[in-house]
Design a protein around this ligand. Structure first.
Ligand SMILES: [Zn+2]
Length: 283
């Protein structure tokens, strides 16, 4: 009996087991279906999930939720459409300042004492003896190196410039073995690099293979040039490079004629007119 009962029980147990498994499968199927449906709802209305999360985060669960079919004396308000699109694009980064704040003055006088070579190369446009130069700018000055270098090269290779008079073709390099160094420096460093010449914090010079352009003059020129800043910069380059080519100073020969480029025009024009080019002379 015991054995039989055990068998029956086992049998019942076995049937019961199958039944339990069946129920278990059903439960699983319902669970999976429910989860899938929830997933579809979440995909279709991602905001819903997010709002729920936000609500639970901020303790909104305490608030009573009024079901839509619950009687309410509140006026019916059309539901505001909630955007369902989620933003996958990253937020635009905060703009970075590419220029100094309005009203700030460019630095042309605070000296760091350190020079930085402007990287780059500008091929010679002439066929005669190549003279290489490199541009160096004192660190901390408010100048764009590439712009300064381009202005210098434009002046040196201009048809009105020294290349029209001398058998020379200027080529810009950033190599250490350049024939000439053209340096843009604060008045303080200019004075040091120009020794034994006295530049007095105001003017520029050429000493040995160094052409030193005073940043104060590069920025503000001189009153005689008025607003012709580019013309004055060309004068500065041509005058000092003229010294490197072996030219000494000259003076204004006749008022109201172009000043010679080798005249010290920064100190005054003596009645002559501003002129930056060695090929333009008083007639
Ligand atoms: Zn000079």
């Amino acid at each position: 009996m015991a054995t039989r009962r055990r068998t029956q029980r086992q049998g019942t147990g076995a049937r019961g087991g199958r039944h339990t498994r069946k129920q278990s499968h059903k439960t699983q199927w319902f669970s999976v279906t429910a989860l899938a449906m929830l997933g579809v709802v979440m995909v279709l209305h991602p905001e819903a999930g997010r709002q729920q999360n936000l609500a639970s985060q901020f303790g909104a669960g305490d608030q009573r939720v009024i079901a839509s079919d619950e009687p309410s004396d509140q006026p019916t308000v059309a539901p505001t459409p909630v955007p369902t699109a989620t933003f996958t694009m990253p937020l635009r980064p905060a703009p970075t300042l590419t220029r100094p704040p309005k009203g700030s003055k460019p630095n042309v006088t605070v000296s760091s004492g350190r020079l930085a070579v402007v990287a780059g190369f500008s091929k010679a446009n002439g066929v005669r003896d190549k003279l290489t130069y490199r541009v160096e700018i004192e660190e901390g000055l408010s100048f764009n190196g590439a712009v300064v270098a381009a202005a210098i090269h434009k002046t040196l290779t201009d048809p009105r410039g020294w290349q029209a008079i001398h058998p020379v073709s200027f080529e810009r390099t950033d190599r250490a073995d350049a024939d000439l160094r053209i340096i843009l420096a604060t008045p303080t460093l200019t004075d040091k690099l120009c020794l034994p010449l006295d530049t007095g914090g105001e003017v520029s010079c050429r000493v040995d293979n160094r052409v030193v352009l005073n940043a104060k003059r590069w920025m503000y020129a001189v009153p005689a040039y008025a607003a012709q800043i580019d013309l004055y910069r060309s004068y500065l380059v041509n005058h000092e490079v003229g010294h490197a080519l072996g030219h000494g100073h000259s003076t204004c020969a006749k008022p109201n004629t172009p000043a010679p480029v080798m005249m010290q025009q920064t100190k005054g024009l003596a009645g002559c007119l501003p002129n930056a080019w060695p090929t333009i002379k008083a007639t």
